[in-house]
Design a protein around this ligand. Structure first.
Ligand code: URA
Length: 244
């Protein structure tokens, strides 16, 4: 069996957002960090950094936060933004406050508009993020759209043509699959992630999206029991499911 990666205790805890190196050193010296039932007192001690660390280490009696690489699945609620820079409440505010100081930092895997709900991945794993969003990997995203006007029947051919050009762009969209689910509703499966892509596609077809929800990325479907605003850690098997 290969040996787990090791890290200095003070650096690990500082990178998890528990405070500055000086602050976490004080925590260690005060005996607040317990590994496998024993208080650690040396801030420079080396500890194993594995995904199950929270089941082995406690801080003030509570399980330590999961170390990097960390990937989350969230059911993004309406009305929150995906960017640190955009005005308004962000998805990061739905996570523990301490996590804003994590290093490496957490980022959303692509973005959903403020007015779009549904499946959102958040990760500090750059390789995973790029694998999901890289156009070369053609990872599908499924959206459920409610429309202002009835579908005309022309949208399926337009969206699947591979020639649809969005306003202001110079490359046509990859073929997308439209599955009407009602007179004014449809599922749309796309393999790219251009700015406001779904809303702009329906606008190009003379319609207007009044509600939008993403429920699938690759082979990963938003769990029915994940309430809007709720999130959970996405394990490696579920991450792999995206690409299968
Ligand atoms: N397309 C949109 O128009 N908005 C989103 O949030 C995602 C895809």
């Amino acid at each position: 069996m290969s040996r787990p990666p090791m890290a200095r205790l003070d650096r690990l805890l500082a990178n998890l957002g528990y405070g500055s190196r000086r602050e976490v050193t004080a925590l260690v010296r005060a005996g607040k960090i317990v590994l496998d039932g024993k208080a650690l007192t040396d801030p420079g001690s080396k500890v194993p950094v594995t995904a199950d660390l929270p089941s082995q280490m406690t801080i003030h009696g509570a399980p330590v936060d999961p170390p990097s690489p960390l990937t989350l699945i969230m059911n993004k609620p309406l009305g929150v933004v995906c960017s640190h820079k955009e005005a308004g409440r962000s998805v990061y505010e739905l996570l523990p406050h301490r996590w804003r100081a994590r290093m490496p930092g957490l980022s959303t895997v692509g973005r959903l508009d403020k007015d779009t709900s549904g499946l959102l991945l958040i990760t500090d794993d750059g390789a995973f993020l790029h694998r999901v969003i890289s156009p070369r990997n053609h990872v599908i995203k499924r959206y459920k759209a409610q429309l202002d006007r009835p579908l005309t029947g022309d949208e399926t051919a337009l969206f699947s043509s591979g020639t649809l050009m969005l306003e202001g762009e110079s490359d046509p969209l990859e073929p997308a699959q439209l599955l009407p689910t009602g007179e004014r509703s449809a599922d749309l499966i796309i393999t790219e992630g251009r700015y406001h892509q779904v809303r702009r596609m329906f606008a190009a077809a003379g319609n207007h999206v009044i509600a939008l929800h993403r429920d699938q990325i690759g082979g990963l479907v938003l769990p029915a029991d994940l309430e809007p605003g709720a999130w959970r850690i996405l394990g490696l098997a579920a991450q792999d499911a995206i690409f299968n």
